[in-house]
Design a protein around this ligand. Structure first.
Ligand SMILES: Cc1ncc(C[n+]2csc(CCOP(=O)(O)OP(=O)(O)O)c2C)c(N)n1
Ligand SMILES: [Mg+2]
Length: 270
């Protein structure tokens, strides 16, 4: 175990639930470096739902709420309202975040509440055996789409920014350094920030939709099917390729807990 991991990993929670080659472990490493460099260990609270990806913060010796499927965001909103001083980072999967939890996601984005949501997109429901997710590409073979997925996937950027999020970045698990910088920017951003990480799942997605269980080949696939976003361009999917980078930042939008505070102060004056 590296020195930083020694300091941050909760030993009694080991071994990790992640399969060999899973991208979620790389994201955990990037997140450890992020919180260490930012020096926010004591100010931080992590919240997660259910799924392989939702185990990511549970291994950290920081304040963590491991909640129920699809409901990490409302738990985090409740925590933020009662402890606005805390930096709160939600870890969710593409199923947890945009499937069962999709309604919570769009309303938290609409409120521009000061949370950071890190969504690990593996294009599948990994933990439960490989069912299709709202991010599964059309035509992809999964356990619940043996003849190919007949539904269009979400464009997560348009979903989240369209709903009102004021920060959006996307990287892959094969970009740990860029991801670390994006996580710092997202946590420092005042308002609802969203970081999507394309994270390979060699076991479930590899077996069915990628035709390879080799994590290296899967990372290469993600790199070949994405492109670097240029500042000022509209962040859209071009020829099936998703943009990577910081895709959207909007400052000076009213933040939810600030509004609540003003209402409280006004009520106390009366
Ligand atoms: C209310 C409820 N419905 C369904 C489940 C079963 N379940 C657990 S994890 C999961 C899917 C998780 O997928 P995702 O969020 O993409 O996480 P991954 O495992 O892929 O990282 C489902 C359907 C559950 N635990 N609770
Ligand atoms: Mg998933």
């Amino acid at each position: 175990m590296n020195k930083l991991a020694e300091q941050y990993i909760r030993k009694e929670a080991l071994p990790l639930i992640f399969c060999p080659g899973c991208g979620d472990g790389t994201v955990l490493n990037s997140f450890i470096r992020t919180i260490d460099e930012m020096g926010i260990r004591e100010d931080l609270a992590c919240v997660s739902g259910i799924g392989c990806s939702s185990w990511t913060p549970v291994y950290l010796d920081v304040d963590v709420l491991h909640t129920i499927h699809g409901r990490a965001i409302p738990f985090a909103e409740g925590l933020k309202v009662s402890r606005p001083d805390k930096k709160i980072v939600v870890f969710t999967g593409d199923g947890d975040g945009t499937g069962i939890g999709g309604n919570h996601l769009i309303h938290a984005a609409r409120r521009n509440i000061d949370l950071t949501v890190v969504m690990l997109t593996n294009n599948i429901y990994g933990m439960t055996g490989g069912q299709k997710a709202p991010t599964t590409p059309m035509g992809a073979i999964t356990k619940t789409s043996p003849r190919g997925n007949d539904e269009r996937p979400f464009d997560v950027y348009n979903l989240v920014v369209g709903a009102g999020a004021t920060f959006f970045a996307r990287w892959t698990a094969g970009h740990p350094v860029q991801l670390e910088k994006a996580l710092k920017d997202a946590i420092n951003h005042k308002g609802f920030s969203f970081v999507e990480v394309l994270s390979q799942c060699p076991t479930q997605a590899g077996r069915s939709m990628f035709n390879t269980k080799d994590p290296y080949k899967m990372i290469q696939w993600y790199k070949e099917n994405t492109y670097m976003h240029k500042k000022g361009d509209v962040a859209k999917i071009k020829d099936g390729k998703m943009p990577l980078g910081t895709l959207y930042v909007e400052d000076d939008v009213v933040e939810y807990t600030d509004t609540l505070q003003s209402i409280k102060e006004e009520a106390q004056c009366k």
